[in-house]
Design a protein around this ligand. Structure first.
Ligand SMILES: Nc1ncnc2c1ncn2[C@@H]1O[C@H](COP(=O)(O)OP(=O)(O)OP(=O)(O)O)[C@@H](O)[C@H]1O
Length: 627
């Protein structure tokens, strides 16, 4: 009964099943909360039209879509014509006692060849179309993640995100490659076959219509159940994916904590939940397939009965009776397959909704309509009345802080005070809810709001180096050039030297051309910090923000990097976020962040002498002794 060789994925096939689900994380800014909907959101909670809303992606491939539909149409029509003509030929041979004429045999052979060619063409075109659309969607999803990062990433498990970026998009392959063209072609072929049946006799048409209507209605009838079962499978799949990624990432910690057995047990039970969910989907799929086959068989029997009755009453040429049966079978089988495809596509709604959310993710830091040019020369930075929250209570509540060109200011505060948040605002991951983050050109009175700068200008002027600046798979030199691909070999070598990366490279087999391994795994934490700082300095930023960059280094390393930073520091504004007193006291000025505001500013000696918040902070941490 199967008429199309298109491989249809089992619902349990991970390659075709969107994965999702995530535990709750810290609150994200309001604008991003919609994007962070847990991937295990039941399909029936997904707003309708998710699949439809992705169809415009096909717009750029209109010609291929048309050719695919045409190939599918020829494929299905050739098959129906072939079985109908073959049946008619046999009927003629039986009723008129004469063998088929050579012309009929030639047409039959031609139809076989046409069908084979059309099947190949349809498969080729539909997969080409699907893979091209998916490649584009992957990039759009990545762009969406990048636009909404890092808020979207906060609180999501990496396995879950990978599932969204890859699993959900992969799952849609079935929709683009098989469902659309098949649906259109089967509709047209059925309409044509129905017209022929009606011309042969109205009872023939009446015999197939109920089955066709039931088949067309079945995806709607089973939509809710399918959505629930699909959501269960995808939730379980996402759990397995997230658990696996997390476990592999934290293998060392698990090993050291002796927690491998417990982790294995968790993985096993997550795997069992997935197996149960997949089995439930598969059983339903098999049962639904059998029910659809039954409907087609019932309709064909009805056609046989009606044709036999009409033939015996002399209303139908005897040779047309088997042809009518073949026509009914040939036209209904693709309808049944389309119903199966539509049902399966319905199970992809949640995946489509997540892809849509990622694709249409609003920019958390939208590009300005008319960017202001960045003046040459040194720059300072200013947070002016900055208020910011992550969707809950204000983290920053009116921060005023200025770092003049050539100045180094240390920003200190208790853990969770909002220091990194200030750094993130300077990197423009987000914009403040109130107030402004500005760059200060030498001439007073012309501050530049970061929101008014073009992305490239901002990145070339401001460099933010964090504590955990991840390295990428590639060589040391490639990692250093990340933000400054056009830096000369001389500049690279100079920055590597002053940050102590040269010494690291000299100990490696290929120097700066040595691969650093996945996430810089072949380097120590302190070495990675040096590479991160060198990377941040390479482009010659005019504003440098160091967020606990030297926390991994010993006192000597910290002092060496401080020395390295003095090069060009006269033309740079540096904001230093640090906990270590020795690092903090080197700054020209220190600002203390407390309760979402700057509560104290001054030199180390002034503030320690004043016995205020800074003194309390460092005394509480018992660290003045190590200063
Ligand atoms: N992406 C996020 N989503 C929600 N809340 C966040 C997010 N990032 C930080 N927070 C919260 O904002 C507050 C300030 O965090 P931040 O990282 O800025 O503090 P910090 O002063 O840098 O702390 P530390 O010294 O420990 O690094 C904390 O309460 C933290 O839980």
């Amino acid at each position: 009964m199967t008429t199309s060789p298109a491989p249809t994925p089992a619902p349990s096939d991970p390659a075709h099943s969107p994965a999702p689900a995530s535990p709750a994380g810290p609150p994200a800014p309001a604008s991003t909360r919609a994007l962070s909907a847990p991937a295990g959101t039941p399909d029936h909670d997904v707003p309708p039209g998710a699949l439809r809303s992705l169809l415009p992606v096909l717009g750029a491939h209109r010609a291929t879509v048309l050719r695919t539909c045409l190939a599918a149409l020829v494929d299905q029509a050739a098959l129906v014509a072939l079985v109908a003509l073959a049946a008619h030929t046999v009927g003629t041979a039986v009723t008129e006692q004469r063998p088929p004429v050579p012309g009929t045999v030639a047409v039959l052979i031609g139809l076989v060849l046409l069908r084979a060619l059309a099947t190949w063409r349809e498969m080729d075109l539909s997969h080409d179309l699907a893979y091209r659309v998916l490649a584009e969607l992957r990039v759009r999803v990545f762009d969406g993640l990048a636009r909404s990062a890092p808020a979207r990433i906060a609180g999501r498990r990496s396995g879950d995100l990978a599932a969204t970026a890859l699993g959900d998009v992969e799952a849609l392959e079935f929709f683009y490659a098989h469902a659309i063209a098949q649906l259109i072609a089967s509709g047209i072929v059925f309409a044509a076959a129905a017209a022929v049946l009606a011309a042969l006799g109205p009872w023939l048409l009446l015999a197939v219509l109920p089955a066709a209507l039931l088949l067309a209605w079945s995806p709607l009838a089973e939509a809710r159940g399918r959505a629930e079962r699909g959501a269960r499978t995808r939730g379980a799949l996402a759990e397995v994916s997230a658990e696996t990624v997390e476990s592999v990432d934290g293998l060392r910690e698990l090993l050291m904590a002796g927690a491998l057995d417990r982790r294995r047990a968790r993985l096993r039970s997550a795997g069992r939940r997935l197996a149960r969910a997949q089995r439930a989907e598969q059983s339903w799929e098999t049962g639904a397939g059998a029910a659809r086959d039954l409907l087609v068989v019932a309709a064909v029997i009805g056609v046989v009965a009606a044709a036999a009755h009409a033939a015996s009453a002399g209303r139908l040429d005897g040779a047309w009776a088997p042809a009518a049966m073949a026509l009914a079978l040939g036209a209904l089988a693709p309808v049944a397959e389309s119903a199966a495809s539509l049902g399966r596509a319905g199970g992809l709604r949640a995946a489509a909704a997540r892809v849509r959310a990622a694709v249409h993710a609003p920019a958390l830091a939208p590009a300005p309509a008319a960017p202001r040019p960045l003046p040459p020369g040194p720059l300072g930075l200013r947070l002016r009345g900055v208020r910011f929250d992550y969707g809950g209570e204000a983290v920053l509540d009116g921060v005023d802080l200025t770092v003049r060109p050539g100045e180094t200011v240390a920003l200190v505060g208790a853990s969770g005070a909002g220091k990194s948040t200030c750094a993130h605002l300077l990197a423009r991951y987000w914009d403040p809810a109130d107030g402004a983050v500005e760059l200060l050109p030498p001439e007073p009175g012309h501050p530049l709001d970061l929101r008014d700068l073009a992305e490239d200008d901002l990145r070339s002027a401001v460099s933010v180096v964090g504590q955990e600046a991840p390295l990428f798979h590639g060589t040391l030199a490639e990692n250093l050039r990340l933000g400054a691909p056009d830096a000369t070999a001389g500049e690279l070598s100079e920055v590597a030297r002053i940050c102590g990366v040269r010494a690291i490279a000299d100990a490696l087999p290929d120097g700066l051309d040595t691969p650093v391994g996945e996430r810089g795994a072949t380097l120590s934490g302190g070495q990675r910090a040096r590479v991160a700082l060198a990377r941040g300095l390479l482009g010659g930023p005019r504003v440098l923000v160091l967020d606990e960059t030297t926390a991994h280094l010993d006192h000597r390393g910290d002092a060496e990097l401080a020395e390295a930073l003095t090069a060009h520091s006269a033309t740079r504004a540096t904001l230093l976020i640090a906990h270590r007193p020795a690092t903090v006291r080197r700054a020209d000025r220190i600002a203390v962040l407390e309760g979402g505001r700057i509560v104290e500013e001054g030199t180390w000696d002034e503030l320690i002498g004043a016995d205020g918040p800074l003194a309390r902070l460092f005394t509480r941490e018992g660290s003045t002794a190590t200063a």
